[in-house]
Design a protein. Structure first.
Length: 456
């Protein structure tokens, strides 16, 4: 953060205020000295007991000296104002196109997993619908058979003169073949009634099967719509990837927007940091807690907390510089000839101040009433640079005077994204989705999961 930054000027007002308070305290002490002296002389003399010497060795918490991997881009240390200014650093290449490319690859990786799950769900739904169609066809054949039986029975009765006529013919001249008229009439009527009942049952089963078929077809249609929309998202992400690769070396700012959702999880942020071999961390809380603040406080303000973590890596020398011990992780209030800038009451408040200021830098419409939490630092209503920097590269020369400020942030963030991609690529494939449950349709065997996607 430079002295020219709008949120660095309150530092000098704070020094003036402390000077005034010091003068008042000095005057108070001079005025009260006679009274303090008299009070001290009037107090009775009391000898303090002599405690035995403590031979327990003192336990001193030691922090290993800072050690950063070679090439880790950080801000330049404060300069001695009595010395000539150093020459400007050589410009760094802007890695934002590579950042956009790896971010697109991560997006495709996630979408591919979603696509595989959607394909599995569609396959299951389509199989269920096919099974329901088979059941409907079988129920239709059964209904038709029962209808034919009833028709045949009624036709036979009609041709033979009705049920009464059948009964009159039931009597045989021989005693062994004798069937009473009432029995014959009952048997003929029962046959027709039974066939009619069977037809009613067959029609009920057909209606149930048809309802199950409609439900299964709706599930299959919904699954197909999800599959198609996910495929469209994969196609869009692929176009973004191709455009980012084509823009490499073009000088076009493809850095992420300051506002947005994080791409990396807390575990991925912590895993990347630990993989760098950094020593001398003095973040005030353990690393997972601090990384969690970046994600949650970033989400509260709509700021990409994972990229803000990369910004703090640049500002604090990977959380090893004096800025870190003041809970100031973004150089807020610091300048080219001073070391620490503002103090914040806790690591969480330090991260919150960073997120609120980033929100203001990226959103011209932001007002103090729109902040997710009470303001910790600058009041966005009176910030002259509000809305100046919609992307992270735009912070160069505004948040900090370092001409390589944005490229440094993007260099670290690129490394973080590459770490996340490598670890997500080897993750086990997701389990196959359960088969849709449709009343009246037997379960369909699950479709095995698709193989994990290969890396680029």
């Amino acid at each position: 953060m430079t002295a020219s930054s709008p949120h660095s000027t309150p530092k000098f007002r704070r020094v003036l205020a402390l000077t005034t308070v010091g003068a008042v305290l000095a005057a108070f002490v001079l005025t009260a000295m006679p009274w303090l002296s008299a009070t001290a002389s009037a107090a009775p003399t009391q000898e303090a007991p002599v405690a035995p010497p403590d031979t327990t060795p003192a336990t001193v918490a030691t922090v290993p000296p800072p050690s950063l991997p070679p090439g880790l881009p950080v801000v330049e240390p404060p300069v001695d104002p009595t010395q000539p200014p150093p020459p400007p650093p050589a410009p760094l290449p802007d890695p934002s196109p590579q950042v956009a490319a790896v971010a697109a690859e991560l997006n495709i990786l996630n979408l591919q997993a979603t696509l595989d799950a959607a394909q599995g769900t569609y396959d299951q739904a389509a199989a269920t619908a096919a099974k329901a169609q088979t059941i409907v066809e079988a129920a239709t054949r059964d209904r038709d058979a029962k209808k034919k039986m009833l028709t045949d029975a009624a036709t036979t009765a009609y041709v033979e003169g009705g049920v009464d006529e059948i009964a009159s013919r039931a009597q045989d001249s021989s005693p062994s073949g004798f069937v009473s008229q009432e029995s014959a009439r009952s048997l003929a009527g029962s046959a027709i009634d039974q066939t009619h009942d069977e037809l009613i049952d067959a029609e009920a089963r057909l209606r149930t099967a048809q309802g199950a078929l409609v439900a299964a077809q709706h599930q299959a249609a919904d699954a197909k719509a999800t599959l198609d929309s996910t495929q469209a998202a994969v196609d869009d992400a692929t176009n973004v990837l191709n455009q980012a690769r084509a823009a490499t070396g073009s000088g076009v700012d493809l850095s992420p927007t300051v506002l947005g959702a994080p791409t990396l999880t807390v575990d991925e942020i912590v895993g990347w940091y630990q993989a760098q071999g950094i020593t001398g961390y003095v973040g005030g809380v353990d690393l997972p807690t601090l990384a969690g603040f970046y994600v949650t406080e970033g989400q509260a303000e709509g700021v990409r907390g994972d990229v803000a973590f990369a910004q703090s890596m640049v500002e604090t020398g990977a959380f090893t510089s004096p800025l870190t011990t003041h809970n100031n992780f973004a150089g807020i209030g610091a300048c080219d000839s001073c070391a620490t800038g503002f103090d914040f009451g806790s690591p969480q408040l330090g991260v919150r101040a960073q997120m609120q200021l980033l929100h203001a830098y990226s959103d011209k419409s932001l007002q103090i009433i729109n902040l997710a939490n009470p303001p910790v630092g600058a009041d966005p209503d009176h910030l002259s640079v509000r809305g100046c920097c919609p992307t992270w590269d735009k912070l160069t020369g505004t948040w900090a005077s370092d001409p390589n400020y944005g490229p440094k942030i993007m260099t670290i963030y690129l490394s973080m994204l590459q770490y996340a991609y490598a670890h997500r690529s080897i993750a086990p494939p997701a389990a196959a989705p359960p088969a849709p449950v449709v009343p009246g349709v037997p379960a369909v065997p699950a479709v095995p999961p698709a193989p994990a996607p290969a890396g680029p």
